[in-house]
Ligand binder design. Structure first.
Ligand SMILES: Nc1ncnc2c1ncn2[C@@H]1O[C@H](COP(=O)(O)OP(=O)(O)O)[C@@H](O)[C@H]1O
Ligand SMILES: N[C@@H](CCOP(=O)(O)O)C(=O)O
Length: 355
């Protein structure tokens, strides 16, 4: 049962870059841009819907209705799965967001992880990290972003092979996991949402050489992950799969070595599973990844599409500005403007109780 005392806490979730070249839907890296929720609950406040305020990236497009906003809808899903029908009385949330929307930096993964953590705190559920991941995976169904956002660092993950019943439970349409809230008048809330099977996602954190930073070159246009997944083929040749597996096996260790080896890493960050198909959606992608090399740009280790794009991620130990400015010129030739940011590898999500 939830407490009746006023409470206040913050939830901080990092951005992520998924894939890192060959690790499509497998590896993710947490980065130093954050979504921060500042949450207050005053059970004595007059009856009113949750109050959401929002600043930073996405402020002009994000819904402030708690029944429409992705983060609060996910929180409500977690609560309903624990027989709690609605948000607590007197709930107010301020979201401060540094993660740009639809750029391949894991904004939706961060919003989902923030929602799962919010549900856990609002309901005082005490869920384990593994169970929090199960809930996140019921919404964002590829594990790379949400796992890295939750646990932090350079992370590899897989989805467990589920038995038939659990497979069915885990593959219910998203519209049933996050139905349109609130229901129409007279409609049953239904305290029977699809529960995540236990232990869907499993992960390991790889080593990361402290000298490596990430240059995020962020085109000024949005590309939804759904659209960028829609252009991928349903099957691949053995040659292309082996190409990626060989590189991924090397990459996960090579990025933890000190000093990092640019020759090894540049080749190991190449991909044949998603980037070649996404280039039609991201003019300049093949030029940037082939023209910016360790030979032309000392300090560069490797360069790839970040997540589903359009951001380009360059891993480097120096020469950051030259890498970013030359990428900017290449994109400019395609009529695309970019911002760029030098980012560090971040820790995982954190919840801090304030009173
Ligand atoms: N902080 C947030 N709060 C609410 N919704 C968000 C937030 N961040 C992202 N979203 C939703 O996720 C969408 C972007 O998701 P997606 O296409 O997967 O791109 P990305 O690569 O940024 O994750 C946004 O258009 C928005 O609907
Ligand atoms: N593996 C996914 C990762 C999507 O990441 P996002 O940051 O673009 O949401 C993919 O490549 O589709």
């Amino acid at each position: 049962m939830s407490s009746t005392r006023p409470r206040s806490f913050t939830i901080r979730v990092p951005a992520t870059s998924a894939n890192i070249g060959p690790g499509f839907d497998v590896v993710g890296l947490s980065l130093s841009l954050h979504l921060t929720l500042t949450v207050q609950i005053d059970p004595a406040a007059p009856v009113a819907p949750p109050a959401i305020t929002y600043s930073g990236e996405g402020a002009d497009e994000v819904p402030l209705d708690a029944y429409k906003n992705l983060t609060t809808r996910v929180a409500l899903y977690v609560l309903r799965c624990h027989a709690i029908r609605t948000f607590p009385q007197g709930l107010s949330i301020h979201a401060a967001n540094e993660i740009p929307f639809g750029r391949g930096l894991g904004s939706s993964g961060a919003a989902v992880v923030a929602g799962v953590l919010l549900g856990n705190e609002l309901g005082e559920l005490g869920l384990s990290k593994e169970r929090l991941l199960d809930f996140a995976l019921m919404v964002e169904r590829h594990p790379d972003n949400v796992t890295a956002a939750l646990v932090g660092g350079f992370v590899g993950s897989y989805l467990r092979e589920l038995d038939a019943a659990a497979t069915e439970a885990a593959s219910v349409p998203l519209s049933e996991v996050l139905p349109e809230y609130p229901p129409d008048a007279g409609e049953d809330w239904g305290l029977n949402p699809p529960q995540p099977p236990l232990g869907i996602g499993h992960y390991v954190r790889f080593g990361w050489s402290e000298s490596i930073k990430a240059v995020a070159i962020i085109p000024k246009f949005e590309l939804s992950t759904a659209k960028a997944r829609g252009v991928l083929p349903a099957s691949y040749s053995r040659k292309d799969l082996v190409f990626n597996l060989q590189r991924l096996a090397v990459l996960t260790t090579a990025l933890g070595q000190t000093p990092p080896d640019p020759e090894l890493i540049y080749e190991a960050m190449k991909d044949r599973v998603h980037q070649p198909y996404r280039k039609a959606l991201i003019p300049g992608l093949p030029e940037v990844t082939s023209q910016i090399t360790p030979a032309s740009h000392p300090g560069l280790l490797g360069i790839c599409l970040s997540g589903a794009g359009p951001t380009i991620l360059a891993l480097a130990i120096g020469g950051y500005e030259a890498i970013a400015e030359d990428a900017r010129k290449i994109f400019k030739e395609q009529g695309i403007d970019v911002d760029w940011k030098l980012l560090e590898i971040a820790g995982g999500s954190a919840v801090e109780t304030r009173s």
